[in-house]
Design a protein around this ligand. Structure first.
Ligand SMILES: Nc1ncnc2c1ncn2[C@@H]1O[C@H](COP(=O)(O)OP(=O)(O)O)[C@@H](O)[C@H]1O
Ligand SMILES: [Mg+2]
Length: 356
């Protein structure tokens, strides 16, 4: 507690037990008391001296002045610039109290800060997500509208052009459908992300099924998929459909980005002790021989719509949501995704899952 001797031990203890910053000032705007959270989070450090010396936020100081001059409770938003910037909602309330010996009958102010950083960040993310999703949907839609205009006008009597355009229209329509499917799938996963899955799953069978379904696609891309799945893998608690989605996304990426004539290897192993998770489980690594991913991109790969190479992703029919879906499904399964890759040296995406 950062205070003069004005507060009793009990009062100081109560203030310090509050998790959010509280500062009391007297009628002159000098700091009477600041709790630990105030020292730690907003750096109020000069007991007995003007608040403005340790807290330089003009909007907040103006609100304090208004309250000291007789105004009612005021609320302001305060951004604290720091390495990790924070935003607080600050309530400045009049303080007419026995707390302030020698200042009876004079009006001070209590500043109570409420941290809204996480709310603001969530709002921003939601807004960005809606903007991104709209943009992603609008581009195939604009392409479709453009093709329709051409088909109605200049290409009206040109069968060859019509055929080519219809082909491209089908591709754009497919892109929109995939995007909507991924968006729906992401929101469905988020809805039950906190509900632990209840089935027990044989991962080897799931991976085999996914690889089989992608067989024609990998053949068309000139990629050989090699499976190394031991028979003695322990079962994992999981949702079979969602885990299939995880491996489908990882295999689709490896096939899309691996490069013609290359090999994609899927290796599953029992793990007596999973890194980070500290318990037994299994690892499934999907390794490709593609161009790899430069280090600076790795932490952002699971963000929605984040792509290293937009044109390449588009060409491969990607939505930019695959790895975000993988991340959310693994969160639900208390699993992890590890990504090892160097530019020019292939990529390995490893899924860690706790076993039964
Ligand atoms: N195996 C891989 N090799 C190289 N880059 C990859 C691989 N997997 C994913 N990426 C990169 O991560 C981005 C995000 O992947 P993802 O979420 O699946 O979206 P996309 O729909 O673009 O495939 C991709 O656009 C690509 O840039
Ligand atoms: Mg993908």
């Amino acid at each position: 507690m950062n205070q003069r001797s004005d507060l009793s031990e009990l009062q100081a203890g109560i203030l310090d037990s509050l998790p959010e910053p509280v500062v009391l000032v007297n009628h002159l705007g000098n700091v009477l008391a600041a709790n630990r959270a105030a020292e730690r989070e907003i750096g109020v450090t000069y007991p007995g001296r003007a608040l403005a010396l340790s807290f330089r936020h003009p909007g907040a100081l103006a609100a304090v002045d208004r309250v000291l001059a007789g105004g009612g409770t005021a609320t302001v938003e305060v951004a604290i610039p720091a390495a990790a910037a924070r935003t607080f909602k600050l309530r400045v309330a009049p303080l007419e109290s026995q707390l302030m010996p020698g200042e009876l009958g004079r009006r001070g102010a209590a500043l109570v800060f409420h941290d809204i950083t996480a709310e603001r960040r969530a709002e921003q993310m939601r807004a960005d997500f809606v903007a991104n999703a709209s943009h992603e949907l609008r581009s195939p839609l604009s392409a479709l509208v453009g093709f329709i205009e051409t088909l109605r006008g200049p290409a009206r009597d040109d069968q060859a052009v019509q055929d080519r355009f219809l082909e491209m229209m089908a591709a754009e329509g497919g892109r929109m459908a995939r995007l909507i499917e991924d968006l729906l799938s992401l929101s469905a996963i988020e809805v039950n992300e906190h509900v632990a899955p209840s089935e027990n799953v044989e991962i080897a069978a799931v991976v085999r099924g996914v690889a089989e379904a992608l067989g024609p696609g990998s053949a068309a891309a000139g990629i050989e998929v090699v499976l190394d799945l031991p028979d003695d893998l322990p079962q994992t608690p999981g949702d079979e459909g969602q885990l299939a989605q995880v491996f489908r996304n990882l295999l689709e990426n490896a096939i899309a980005y691996g490069g013609r004539g290359s090999v994609v290897r899927v290796t599953a192993r029992p793990e007596p002790r999973l890194p980070d998770l500290g318990r037994a489980g299994i690892s499934v690594a999907v390794a490709d021989q593609g161009p790899g991913i430069a280090r600076e991109h790795l932490p952002r790969l699971t963000e929605r719509f984040y792509r290293v190479d937009k044109a390449r992703s588009r060409e491969a029919g990607g939505t930019g949501l695959g790895l975000a879906i993988v991340k959310h499904i693994l969160n639900r399964h208390r699993g992890r995704l590890l990504v090892q890759s160097k530019a020019g040296d292939g990529s390995t995406f490893t899924v860690l899952l706790p076993s039964v």
